[in-house]
Design a protein around this ligand. Structure first.
Ligand SMILES: [Zn+2]
Length: 124
């Protein structure tokens, strides 16, 4: 067992989410972290020629085989690949499989809606 520190507001939101899911915080945390670790490992196994990095507005998908980088950003309610001018290319699909993809959505104004304003909530 290891202890970590997180920001208070995140801890409170996390605790509420665990409660919503009917899980103890420690069980919920272990499950979520385990799933993210699996996601990293599966992505690396399934797409070994690709890696990625994430910036403030872009997730850069790096294809080592083609020696090319593809810039993915959130655009309206989709992800958009700048190089392919597409919302459906493999680079977008790859980006969607990364745990960090949510950082792109967080910049979208519609994702800052409050729970009391459901019409402003994001839809997928
Ligand atoms: Zn692409």
């Amino acid at each position: 067992m290891t202890s970590i520190s997180v920001d208070k507001d995140i801890a409170e939101r996390w605790s509420r989410k665990a409660q919503e899911r009917g899980r103890a915080v420690i069980d919920f945390t272990n499950e979520q972290l385990s799933m993210n670790l699996e996601r990293y490992e599966k992505l690396r196994l399934l797409v070994p020629n690709y890696t990625y990095s994430i910036g403030d507005d872009y997730l850069h998908v790096i294809c080592h085989k083609e020696k090319a980088t593809f810039s993915i950003r959130a655009k309206d309610s989709h992800l958009f690949c700048e190089e392919d001018n597409s919302t459906e290319c493999f680079h977008v699909i790859y980006a969607l499989a990364t745990p960090e993809v949510n950082k792109l959505w967080l910049k979208q104004p519609r994702f800052h809606a409050t729970a009391s304003d459901p019409k402003e909530s994001p839809s997928f």
